[in-house]
Design a protein around this ligand. Sequence first.
Ligand SMILES: C[S@@+](CC[C@H](N)C(=O)[O-])C[C@H]1O[C@@H](n2cnc3c(N)ncnc32)[C@H](O)[C@@H]1O
Length: 338
Amino acid sequence: MNSGLWLKKVVAKIDRLDAELILAEVLGVSRAGLHAHPERILTDTEVTLADGMVARRGKGEPVAYIVGWKEFFGRKFEVNRDVLVPRPETEALVEAIIDLGPRKVLDVGTGSGVIAISLALELLGVGVVGLDISEKALGVARSNAEELGAKVEFLKSDLLGVDAEKNPHSVLEENTLRARPSLRGAGAGVRLEVDDQRSSLPQFPLEYCADSSECAGLRSVGAGVRLEVFSGGMESGDSVKVLGLFDVIVANLPYVDRGWWWNSGELGFEPEDALFAGDGGLELIKRLVVQAPEHLERGGRLVLEADEVQHGEIIEFTEAFGWELERIWGLALVFRLG
Ligand SMILES: C[S@@+](CC[C@H](N)C(=O)[O-])C[C@H]1O[C@@H](n2cnc3c(N)ncnc32)[C@H](O)[C@@H]1O
């Protein structure tokens, strides 16, 4: 059978575009290459492989997982079932941020790293940090950054709480503040010093660090704060990662409410933690709105993606915390710290 006939056969079962993506992937050619040579004879192995992929697509699996990649902002990103399939509407966040021309960007819930990596490659000299709660997603993001030649630092976090224990403390990049452990004194604990007038100690959960084992689980350290860790299994001269200040915090966090009518079909193949959030889908977004000022420069921006039906509630909530809505760009909301 040749390519043209195979395509004709399968378009009865799946979309033509998906069929072309599958066959092009199996043959290792572009879609243009497929069109140029419909007479190309397929081997039995190629037919078996392509038919298997069509069967998966027929059961609703997103074509991006089947072929292993998805295009975003003009580049090819590796994806697998550990990460959300990047959506074209998320490109609006990247466009809105390019317009702002920031020097330091923090991408919260980075997933496959599409936003962070696109910005690092589009904006000359920008510093980008990507955070995610999923170690597996961070693995995909790091591999994409390497493949595409983007310099992005990826860290494990729960929103803006970077867990010192989960991130190697020997490497520090320009976007993290330095924290040096001191081995003097027998007691275990941390000392926090404020570098920045905007920061004030009572915002930090000092009780987390009452002893060395709890220090390892340190979660929340504000901007402009120096942290000294004593003991805790660290060597003198080691450092823990502490997030610094950014001009832009961007987040395409999970915002799907489990009750929404379109919560079905293909979503079942994507990681639950990348899709769903409580409180009508707004739980994580609201938590971030509260946390973000600690890590933003004065006049910094918070750029959020959410469904249009959620925009009103997000704007009301965010304005109550002192943010000003600056722009709506597709599904992207841009807020300025007043
Ligand atoms: C909707 S996906 C977006 C992925 C990517 N930014 C994109 O636009 O395609 C949300 C991501 O947020 C991550 N996430 C969920 N809860 C989180 C939390 N509490 N802290 C950090 N990341 C979280 C998920 O693991 C997932 O990778």
